[in-house]
Design a protein around this ligand. Structure first.
Ligand code: PXL
Length: 276
């Protein structure tokens, strides 16, 4: 196996177990060099805390990219998560074009919404820009809410395979190539992930654990990226990431009062074992 290098672009929420504080340890644990480009620094994430600080790092992105180019630094994959502004999306597309190795992979988690709602601070203009980033990616990893915003589809909590097929088809018509759609549940107590790759649909179902955990989307996308870059197929990486996210949620459920994120660290060894 060759030693691979991933760049991940998302915010640092200093406290909150999401974005870079998840991506860096999880992808590193997959045995991959993990380089970071912080999109913003926040004192905490925006889901449930109030009065958080927000330092937008948009201005720094072009000069960081220029320095990397001068140093001939390039990446086997670039994975993006929460981005702080529409302007950043434009810069990220340039980084895709200028800093990815030939044959490298662009992975976009359009981290902007959940449970039928956009995260605080995002609007339709941001959604519009995110559509263009998704069209520039090789793999997109939306949840159902994000897929609805990207495609202008009404969000539903109860649905059937036809609704999911329609979402996938609309995602492809806005330019998405390969799609990992998370949180797709066709049966009570079960949920799963749809993998739409090279035009074909597959589904991995796993247990649904009650109680939503903030940041599980970031755990999922980071584990997918790590497993995929390590050499697993998209379906196997999607399955590995789902199994790991379930372990994180299960462990978090044993803790009292841990409301702001998922305790992914105590079960990180299970992700490493699943990659052996
Ligand atoms: O987990 C997604 C995420 C990442 N970063 C920040 C967030 C959120 C979700 O709310 O607020 C800053």
């Amino acid at each position: 196996m060759t030693y691979k290098k991933v760049l991940t672009i998302q915010d640092i929420s200093c406290v909150g177990q999401c974005s870079l504080t998840v991506a860096l340890p999880v992808i590193s644990a997959c045995g991959i060099e993990t380089c970071v480009l912080p999109s913003a620094v926040l004192s905490t994430h925006t889901g449930g805390f109030s009065g958080y600080t927000f330092r937008d790092l948009t201005e720094d992105m072009p000069s960081i990219k220029d320095h990397w180019k001068k140093e001939n630094i390039s990446f086997d994959a670039i994975y993006t998560g929460y981005l702080g502004s529409t302007q950043q999306i434009d810069y990220v597309i340039r980084i895709f074009n200028e800093c990815l190795k030939d044959g490298g992979t662009r992975i976009v988690d359009p981290a902007m919404a959940d449970n039928g709602k956009l995260y605080y601070g995002f609007d339709e203009k941001f959604v519009e820009a995110m559509r263009s980033l998704c069209a520039a990616a090789d793999y997109v990893i939306p949840n159902i809410t994000e897929a609805c915003f990207l495609t202008g589809t009404a969000f539903r909590t109860e649905y059937d395979r036809a609704y999911i097929d329609e979402l996938i088809s609309k995602l492809t018509s806005i330019g998405c190539k390969n799609i990992i759609l998370t949180g797709v549940s066709y049966a009570k107590d079960k949920t799963g992930v749809v993998v739409f790759e090279n035009g074909s649909y597959s589904y991995y179902e796993h247990d649904f654990l009650p109680g939503s955990c903030h940041g599980t989307g970031d755990i999922y996308a980071s584990a997918f990226t790590g497993a995929f870059v390590r050499g697993k197929s998209a379906f196997d990486a999607a399955k590995t990431a789902a199994d790991y996210a379930v372990e994180c949620i299960r462990y978090t459920g044993t803790l009292e009062n841990h409301w702001y994120g998922a305790a992914f660290e105590p079960v990180l060894y299970k992700l490493i074992q699943s990659l052996q």
